[in-house]
Design a protein around this ligand. Structure first.
Ligand code: PAF
Length: 264
């Protein structure tokens, strides 16, 4: 039986002693989230899923109000997966005195996504650190689709000596190749067809080829396309071996992210 709790006090009385696995989400759950839940279940600890649309990681003018909120459907999906507890707090519960103390992501937080969304990662890291504390998580699961987010969470855990093991899970794609995202539901059928340029570009495995494919796609506004080392540091000149290709683009009003491991 899945317990649905809304406050830190209710959560504390639900949490068992010992190791706990946390899957932090903003809800509107899709198969990508459920893959994280299954990875968490496979570890064997009790599993807590948080569902919280975190206002701190949205800038004014972004889609905070429009972000899909589907709590009853989400809880039913998590119940079917055998999740032990769902923590769904309100913004007032999470930030009773406003954000006040926040976590600065450092230089990695101001490149790529951070260049376009300068306050985003401070919001993400702050809420993730709070969720770690509230759930007393020993293990936490994040998708590789938000690759920079995952890198920054690993960095925070390392830099702040947080007693949590971070598990990165592979991207889950729809049958047409589009990486699953709660924001895909914003896309019209035509926009979705355009958005498929992202996985197609990554599948070329080449920065140059991906660039010409994306720049030649009508209706797609490329924000960045880069090849980096797997830890997001710059590739040395003449690098050969594993690398990461990361892309962000807007299709209509929807911002989409994708990435893939490549071999240079
Ligand atoms: O990836 C997300 O859904 C969010 O950024 C997270 C990690 C749940 C923090 O709000």
């Amino acid at each position: 039986m899945t317990q649905l709790v809304h406050t830190p006090e209710e959560l504390a009385s639900t949490l068992p002693a010992g190791d706990v696995s946390l899957v932090p989400t903003m809800g509107a759950l899709h198969d990508g989230h459920l893959a994280l839940v299954r990875a968490a279940k496979a570890l064997g600890n009790p599993v807590v899923v948080s569902i919280f649309v975190n206002p701190l990681q949205f800038a004014p003018g972004e889609d905070l109000d429009a972000y899909p909120r589907t709590l009853p459907e989400d809880v039913a999906k998590l119940e079917a997966e055998g999740v032990d507890a769902v923590f769904a707090p309100t913004a007032e519960t999470m930030y009773p005195r406003g954000p006040r103390t926040t976590i600065h992501p450092g230089p990695l937080g101001s490149v790529l996504e951070g260049a376009t969304r300068p306050t985003h990662f401070a919001g993400v890291l702050t809420v993730v650190a709070k969720l770690f504390a509230l759930t007393r998580a020993t293990d936490a699961f994040f998708g590789e689709k938000d690759y920079q987010q995952l890198a920054l969470i690993r960095q925070m855990v390392d830099d702040l000596h947080l007693p949590v093991r971070i598990h990165g899970c592979p991207i889950v794609r729809d049958t047409d190749g589009l990486a699953l995202s709660s924001r895909n539901r914003y896309l019209s059928a035509e926009e979705r067809a355009t958005a498929l340029a992202l996985p197609r570009a990554l599948a070329t495995g080449s920065l140059a080829e991906a660039g010409s494919l994306l720049r030649g796609t009508d209706g797609l506004e490329l924000d960045y396309l880069v090849a980096t080392a797997e830890d997001l540091t710059e590739l040395p000149d003449g690098h050969s071996g594993p690398a990461r290709l990361l892309v962000a683009a807007k299709v209509g009003t929807t911002r989409l992210l994708d990435n893939a491991a490549i071999e240079l």
